[in-house]
Design a protein around this ligand. Sequence first.
Ligand SMILES: [Zn+2]
Length: 247
Amino acid sequence: MQKLILGSGKPLIGIVGCLHGNETIGSEIIEILKNINPRAGSLILVIANEEAMKQDKRFIGTDLNRCFPGNENGNHEERLAAAISKELGKCDYVIDIHSTTADTESFIVATKKEALKLAQLVPINKIVFMEPVIANGKSLIDHVRCGISIEFSNNVKTETAKEIILKCLQNIGIPESSAPLAEKEIYSVYDILKKGNIHPALANFQQTTLEGDTFYPVLFGEKEYKDILCLKAKKVSTQPSLQFQNT
Ligand SMILES: [Zn+2]
């Protein structure tokens, strides 16, 4: 794990890349962010799984983003998760950077309703809310105060991705009352569709009816999903501030 702290004071924002070693956009963005000077507050930049990066693999022993809060006496990823939890547990906000091999728009992932406030500040239009039963409570963002993952599209340019992260950092500095609420589409993942005998051609975020169930596919075509065809989501709202207020 590589860690760098920039600035001092509140809010403390953690930015994590390469929880999955072969998703290099995270480390590319962090390399660029190393040179910025936080106007207010401070940043912890973390490049997570360097071993897996060297081998161009998602992970060495276990998927790191499925073993939080980690175990100091566990395998490589479990120990890493424990170390990362320690660093990021004190952050006010955490932004965790991923990329997908699926043919999809970039989207934001949240597992807690509190995190939707942070998701509002990211200039990406789609938010995918993972129900606890799907997220299984073992991802990084389940174990920080207010965290989101960003799943960048496979064809996003590093420059564009960097601008999105910078814009979000800027927005965090805006007092909440004056931050404009961008309109977002929110999807809630309620089930997983396993690969079976049928091989339907699905399109991510395009309403689909399959075996009597109508849903929006998410992460269809992700090569790292060995048994999963896609996640099944419902469209919840385009007004998250109303939908999720005080719940
Ligand atoms: Zn990932």
